[in-house]
Design a protein around this ligand. Structure first.
Ligand SMILES: O=C(O)C[C@@](O)(CF)CCOP(=O)(O)OP(=O)(O)O
Length: 326
């Protein structure tokens, strides 16, 4: 039995930062993202009783032991739900250049959840797919849908009410997202470790939790009202608060480098010059800039001139998962 699925990466506007349950990938707070058009993962899964172990090919190569173990654990989860015990060949191709500053885990686990459940014979609705993808990587649950997506944190201990849902179709509001890749060679603290350490040791984490749900309400209102200034202001503030929590962790850590600050300053200069642009930053030094589509060329050209910016990738809201012909 085989199936092929495609899922796009997403960028969080209101961040998922911290788990209340590490095993079930249950978040401390709800989050909101835009699924992007440019970067995606295509995954083919074939279950066969002829196999005596799972095989994982990533971008045409046999994946590392560590990567394969993550996929095997995820397939075990799917096998458990389906009540079947066949092994599978998984073939994933990432059109998400790591250099673009986007994590491919979100599109990767969303595509894997869709292809694996279909290949094993399950007929799953998107809500269930989102819950399954969440257990590969939290942010993957949002890539099931296109456009603007909310991941409701849920209250239940079993995660039955923790899944994503679309809050507006991608055609609704075609903003531009420019991902600025800045020079970065330092080993960063991966988001999974970063959020764990922050939750467990940062005195600033309580401040994050006290204000993030209000930020989410504000962001949803801004999207509903197409109020870009309201959206950009809360998105920028939310990213800054997330990063502030890391400074209080033990040991403290910081994702920003001098290049990160340079881009942030220039985004604020663009606003002073009359071009509405706002930034957000994830678990790394790269900066994503949002602006109106009419301003995207001016913003792109300005950012591309910065000496510490290696590349700028222009994206727009993109689609949710899709299935390809076998
Ligand atoms: O995307 C966001 O909301 C914000 C972040 O990117 C950080 F800025 C977190 C993404 O965390 P993820 O990689 O999903 O963690 P996992 O559940 O431990 O796999």
């Amino acid at each position: 039995m085989e199936a092929i699925a495609k899922a796009h990466t997403n960028i969080a506007l209101i961040k998922y930062w911290g788990k209340r349950d590490e095993t079930l990938f249950l978040p401390m707070n709800s989050s909101l993202s835009i699924t992007l058009d440019r970067f995606y993962t295509t995954t083919a899964v074939q279950f066969c009783s002829c196999l005596n172990k799972d095989v994982f090919l990533l971008n045409g190569q046999i994946a590392s032991e560590a990567e394969t173990m993550k996929i095997v654990a995820f397939l075990d989860h799917v096998r458990n739900i389906a009540g079947k015990n066949m092994y599978a060949i998984v073939n994933s191709v990432n059109k998400v250049p790591t250099a673009a500053g986007f994590a491919s885990s979100a599109s990767g686990f969303a595509a894997l959840a869709a292809a694996a459940t279909k290949a094993i014979g399950m007929d799953t609705d998107n809500k269930t797919l989102s819950q399954i993808a969440r257990q590969g990587s939290g942010s993957a649950c949002r890539s099931i849908y296109g456009g603007y997506v909310e991941w409701q944190k849920g209250e239940e201990v079993d995660g039955s009410d923790s899944f994503a849902k679309p809050i507006s179709d991608k055609q609704d509001w075609n903003l531009s997202v420019l991902s600025c890749l800045v020079a970065s060679n330092e080993k960063k603290v991966l988001s999974r470790e970063g959020m764990k350490r922050t939750v467990e040791t940062s005195p600033f984490y309580k401040g994050w939790l006290d204000t993030v749900e209000k930020d989410l309400v504000q962001a949803k209102r801004a999207i509903a009202e197409r109020d870009f200034e309201m959206l950009g202001t809360v998105v920028e503030a939310n990213a800054l608060k997330m990063h502030a929590t890391t400074l209080g962790a033990n040991p403290p850590f910081m994702y920003w480098q001098s290049a990160t600050l340079e881009v942030m300053e220039h985004v604020q200069q663009l606003r002073t010059s009359g071009i509405e642009a706002y930034f957000t930053i994830d678990a790394g030094p790269n900066v994503k800039v949002i602006c109106h589509q009419k301003d995207e060329q001016a913003v792109l050209e300005h950012l591309a001139t910065l000496p510490s910016v290696q590349n700028v990738y222009l994206c727009h809201p993109g689609p949710g998962i899709s299935y390809l012909p076998d």
